[in-house]
Design a protein around this ligand. Structure first.
Ligand code: AMP
Length: 118
């Protein structure tokens, strides 16, 4: 399916709607989730137009993938989650992905309970 340039995260990247930014560089943007599910709930998104993890990992350039991965590490370090954290990415209808722009949820700040595969 073609990438939807009108999705909410594309609008945030273009500065058309605001976000509560925690980190930005040339490859990535991170901001607080508008409906947090934990004391820390940050979304990290690449600046390029990718709908899912697999679209990003298979078609983004090496520098973009490395830059995004390093940005994610910086956001995790900045969040100071001594007790640990969970990363989640949804893709497609079975996962209930709401926003069709690849994003990683960084969750922490409390015991997050058993994971799906626990
Ligand atoms: P997903 O189900 O993985 O697509 O998650 C999308 C996430 O984006 C949800 O946790 C929403 O609360 C969050 N979200 C939607 N719109 C915004 C927004 N404008 N700013 C910040 N977070 C948002």
């Amino acid at each position: 399916m073609a990438y939807d340039f009108n999705n909410v995260f594309a609008k945030i990247i273009r500065g058309e709607i605001p976000c509560s930014k925690v980190y930005e560089d040339s490859f990535a943007l991170a901001f607080h989730d508008i409906n947090p599910k934990a004391p820390v709930h940050i979304l990290i998104i690449p600046k390029g137009a990718y709908e899912t993890y697999d679209a990003f990992a298979s078609t983004a350039g090496d520098a973009e993938i490395a830059g995004f991965t390093r940005a994610l590490a910086k956001v995790i370090a900045q969040a100071g989650l001594e007790g640990g954290y969970r990363l989640i990415t949804n893709a497609g209808p079975h996962s209930h992905q709401e926003v069709p722009h690849y994003h990683i949820h960084l969750l922490g700040g409390r015991d997050l309970g058993a994971p799906l595969l626990g």
